[in-house]
Design a protein around this ligand. Structure first.
Ligand code: UT7
Length: 330
């Protein structure tokens, strides 16, 4: 591990204007506001406009993060976008973002596909690249237009997902013991089919048949994923705390992936922390996959839930099945 510390210099987030409430959903599928709130804690989610792609959401969040950091886009030499809903299968959304922000051609730009853990994977990657001394300032973005891959006729999944983007500007720190203290990343690749999009890749390229079968939409075994999410996020949180000799009580704020309020409640209970110590906005956005943690991080900073010297724990779980946790001292 390099001794050069890496810090978050600014954050930003963006949610599309259109709000889809549970009431709206109950007119589309056989469900109700009461059921959705009781089973997931979600009240509403945001839906991007038809002409808004993932890169557009990402650019909004990135501009706000740059403004928060007080840096011009010209200083960025690394762009990483975590997403499972890229603008195109190729090239990367990071290259589209680079162009829209006028970032220099000597910047490295690529996407990370780690679903809901994507932002933590991307943050770890950016921090490692900055620690190496070869890059100076990174834009790390989690952005999703999940509404484009949701089956709006499947009541078991459509209640959960929403669109949005969050971004962080990352650079070298000057004080050791601050910034990203460490991460714990992993994956359970044997269980890919618990949560996946079956078609559109090399295994099943797009065809009239795959479209007719609805195989370009998210398929999820909700109950199994739920149980794994609780167990694996708890473990990922415990592991990283142990690695750094910290107890859960020393954490100022936990920013968990926002998938389901019941998952967050269960993790809080297992870690023996009051749920008030967890940042929650799943009620307003649903699950925005890679965007979930950076949106929550930005909102937490802006409402004053994170103070200088605090240690924040990020923890996520998603398709892959991937998981990740990170500790940040501010
Ligand atoms: O980002 C990380 C990955 N994602 C997650 O972490 C999500 C994890 N899973 C979940 O959040 C939950 O599984 C859901 C909220 C998706 C579903 O809740 P659940 O308590 O696991 O419900 P279920 O799928 O076991 O369904 C229970 C019942 C079923 O009826 P029967 O078979 O008992 O008659 C479903 O058909 O509820 C029914 N149901 C619904 N009813 C009303 C399923 N979805 C709905 C719905 N409205 N939207």
């Amino acid at each position: 591990m390099s001794t050069r510390s890496t810090v978050i210099l600014g954050t930003g987030s963006y949610a599309p204007k259109q709000i889809l409430t549970n009431e709206d959903l109950s007119k589309m599928v056989d469900t109700s506001d009461e059921w959705i709130r009781a089973r997931s804690g979600i009240r509403e989610r945001r839906i991007a406009a038809p002409d808004e792609a993932t890169s557009d959401l990402a650019v909004h969040a990135a501009r706000l993060a740059l403004e928060d950091a007080g840096l011009p886009a010209s200083e960025i030499d690394l762009v990483i976008v975590a997403t499972i809903t890229p603008d195109y299968p190729m090239p990367s959304t990071a290259c589209v973002v680079q162009s829209k922000l006028g970032i220099k051609s000597s910047a490295a730009c690529f996407d990370v596909n780690a679903a809901c853990s994507g932002f933590i994977y991307a943050l770890d990657t950016a921090c490692a690249m900055i620690s190496s001394g070869r890059y100076k300032k990174a834009l790390v973005i989690g952005a999703e237009k999940l509404s484009s891959v949701v089956n709006w006729k499947d009541r078991g999944t459509c209640l959960l997902f929403g669109d949005g983007a969050g971004a962080a500007v990352v650079g070298a720190g000057h004080q050791s013991g601050t910034g990203l203290l460490g991460t714990r990343l992993g994956a359970l690749g044997d269980d890919t089919e618990l949560l996946f999009i079956p078609a559109g890749g090399s295994r099943t390229p797009a065809s009239a048949k795959s479209v007719a079968a609805g195989d370009h939409f998210i398929k999820m075994k909700g109950k199994e994923v739920f149980k794994l999410a609780v167990r694996v996020m708890e473990e990922a949180a415990r592991d990283i705390l142990e690695q750094h000799g910290l107890s859960a009580n020393q954490i100022g704020l936990v920013i968990p992936h926002q998938a389901n309020l019941r998952i967050i409640d269960a993790i809080a209970q297992y870690l023996e922390l009051p749920v008030e110590r967890f940042f929650v906005n799943v009620d307003r956005y649903g699950n925005t996959s890679a965007a979930s943690i950076p949106i929550a991080l930005d909102e937490a900073r802006r409402v004053g839930r994170i103070k200088r010297g605090d240690v924040t724990l990020l923890v996520a779980f998603g398709a892959g099945l991937t998981y990740g946790s990170a500790l940040i001292r501010w």
